[in-house]
Design a protein around this ligand. Sequence first.
Ligand code: AMP
Ligand code: ZN
Length: 452
Amino acid sequence: MSLYLYDTASRKLAPVISTHGTTTMYCCGPTVYRDAHVGNLRTFLLSDLVRRVLRVHGVNVKLIQNITDVGHMSEDIESEDKMLAQAKAESTDPFVVARKYEAAFHTDLARLNIEKADAYPRASESIELMLAMIEQLIAKEFAYVGDDGTIYFSAQSFPSYGAISGNRLDALKPGHRYEYSEDGAKRFHADWALWKSAGTRTQMIWDSPWGPGFPGWHIECSAMSLHFLNSHINLHVGGIDLRFPHHENERAQSNAITGNESVDLWLHGEHLLFEGRKMSKSAGNVVLLKDVIDRGFDPLAVRLCFLENRYRSQMDLTWASIEAADATLMRWRKKIEKWGNQAPQLDANFLEIIDNDLDTSKAIQYLRNIEKSDGLKDRAAIFLFADRVLGLDLGRQEVVRDLTVEQEEILALRQDARNHKRWAESDELRMKLEASGLEIMDAPEGQSWNWR
Ligand code: AMP
Ligand code: ZN
């Protein structure tokens, strides 16, 4: 038995392989200029899932996830480094912005039970690696110095360009916006910048043999993946939007350096919609994990929602589905406790479903059927085994404490105060409830509470 995944490049299912007993994995990390939204988290969960499945199979995994803290340009016409734009908006230093959102990213991962990668190299601390790689690319004539002092990768120098995305060079029209605008020093429209000349930019720039500048986003991932994973990546993970141009360009750079196929399998997760719409800052519908917690839900309810959909289909997350998943989690934990203290027990049926291109949707359905099989003695053992892959903390004991009579009374008084818009009184009662160990949430449909 082994895990098969859909490889974007060969457009086929392929087994995940390992080199010298370890599967090397690279997952494109966040650009740390804002909080990760639940869509980003769906993609980050994908590498966690793969890693957990491989571990159940007894395979060692080394996972590297980069932190993009420089060089990722916005897609606007007036292209700007996302870090610098946010630093301006927050009137602070771009490195302060970067470290703040990097910390928030780690908090989110922990809340979703996404286990830590083996390393999180920062782009801004890997500049030497990138410069060394760019020098090699120039020496091998895959890259050239443009008239503007910027170093470009020559797309035409790499014959199999387009293998991942299907976007072959002869079909890419000039003027098609698949790369942020540059100053016109490129020799061919599909070339891209490896190192950008600083020009008037004064922040986040470094010295280089070609003068001060900063790296392009694509070279960052080539440099960090090859360096940290010993020049060969068994499995490369990212969201579907990264297939082109990011991963196409990364493949060209990395293969030009190694002289062979540097990545065995390219895995892409489909996007997440929220309440039927693409999340965007301008539409004002970006949902963070923090918002889920603020509504009183277990953040792992989001993880369960993700698992109920297979990674390769676009999914729509809704508040109703989070609420339902929250209730399911609570019910499962209580039942597992009731079914009795059992050690996890390998379940071949569950593993077979998962091994087939991570069919988590079918796996959850399988567990729902196990739940209903009253005659089955080892239900807890199966659930707890499944949880090694699912990461839902199913062994957690849900302590359900009843409210005290006094708490019940205060809650009723507070609801009355709110109904009659006596806000000062409502605030005072909230403080009393909080002092007694409750957390109070207010929503248009009324107040709700949790034990803290
Ligand atoms: P970023 O921080 O924008 O560089 O994105 C981090 C990761 O999240 C990348 O792998 C993206 O492909 C992925 N991503 C962005 N938007 C979504 C979405 N709506 N659903 C799923 N993944 C996404
Ligand atoms: Zn990347």
